[in-house]
Design a protein around this ligand. Structure first.
Ligand code: MTE
Length: 302
């Protein structure tokens, strides 16, 4: 990537929105001039056309049911979550299982900026400038064993800090999973920041998954546990309604949700009268990820 910085973000790393946009333009110019190739280059070139949403859009319109099911509930309630100190347990089929402090993870990982489309299964979308690191780097640090085929993730469960878990909307804690090759794909990141600032609690502080070619519910927030396994792990929305939410949940305009079409989306921030925009196959990341699903029937394995 053209822009990298390491370790914990400090006050100096905060980029005002206007300066941020300027830097994007510079980066777009660099990418075009250098003729970058490969996955990172392709993603970078695709990124240059994206206009990120404002921090207000990104942090005031959320899904984080542990803090309530309304779109403003997470922004109103997530300040109750204690995010430091924070420990992530890495377990299962790894050479170095253990409890990793968030501070030690931030020290070991290289934080970079990724501007990604984000598409919720509810058919709204945003463009989000994440800061984070590749999940592959964290898994490599833990040492993935050869028999591992899936990665399971778990969100914190803190009834004292999470008013929403009083309600049985989902079977808490929130859990998610990926196939190992999906987890190791360079597009899959752990986000720890947005716009160069620490990630707001309502967006999944201190560390949340981002899998940009899948519906947003796969991008599990405030992770406390990562387990490498040899079998497909259970996932919250699939357990709640297996007919509507599959394990894969790849963005696919041709496969409708049983109750609505997925062929178009409402871009948040576009205003009440904005035209819906067409949803792209794999949310626009087809070149980077289509090969992961070769030979699979995407209608049957949705
Ligand atoms: N993770 C947890 N733990 N709890 C949730 O309710 N909601 C998911 C996902 N991750 C959710 C979660 C859904 S449905 C979406 S669309 C995204 O988070 C929303 O992310 P955002 O609020 O940062 O846009």
């Amino acid at each position: 990537m053209a822009h990298r910085w390491t370790n914990t973000l400090t006050q100096q790393d905060i980029t005002p929105y206007s300066a941020f946009l300027n830097r994007r333009q510079v980066m777009a110019g660099l990418a075009a001039g250098a003729g970058l190739a490969g996955v990172a280059g392709t993603a970078q070139a695709a990124e240059s056309a994206l206009e990120p949403n404002t921090l207000e859009d990104i942090s005031q319109y959320n899904n984080y049911y542990e803090f309530g099911t309304g779109k403003n509930d997470p922004a109103a309630n997530a300040h109750m979550l204690t995010t430091a100190p924070w420990t992530v347990t890495i377990a299962g089929m790894v050479d170095r299982p253990g409890d990793y402090s968030m501070a030690s993870i931030m020290k070991a990982m290289t934080i970079e900026e990724r501007i990604y489309r984000f598409r919720c299964v509810e058919a709204w979308s945003m463009v989000i400038p994440w800061n984070g690191f590749e999940l592959a780097d964290l898994l490599t640090m833990a040492g993935v064993q050869s028999g591992a085929r899936y990665v399971a993730f778990e969100t914190a469960f803190r009834p004292d800090e999470m008013p929403g878990v009083r309600y049985p909307v989902l079977d808490w804690p929130y859990v998610e999973g990926l196939r190992l090759d999906e987890a190791m794909n360079p597009l899959t990141i752990m986000a720890t920041g947005i716009y160069g600032k620490p990630i707001p609690n309502q967006n999944g502080a201190p560390m949340r998954l981002v899998v940009p070619w899948k519906y947003g519910f796969k991008s599990i927030k405030s992770i406390v546990r990562i387990t490498l396994t040899d079998s497909e792990p259970p996932t919250s929305w699939n357990k709640a309604n297996p007919r509507e939410y599959g394990f894969y949940s790849n963005v696919n305009p041709e496969v409708s949700h049983p109750r609505w079409s997925q062929s178009s989306e409402r871009a948040i921030g576009g205003g009440l009268f904005a035209k819906r925009q067409p949803t792209l196959m794999f949310n626009g990341y087809e070149q980077e990820v289509a090969q992961l699903y070769e030979g699979m029937d995407l209608k049957a394995q949705f």
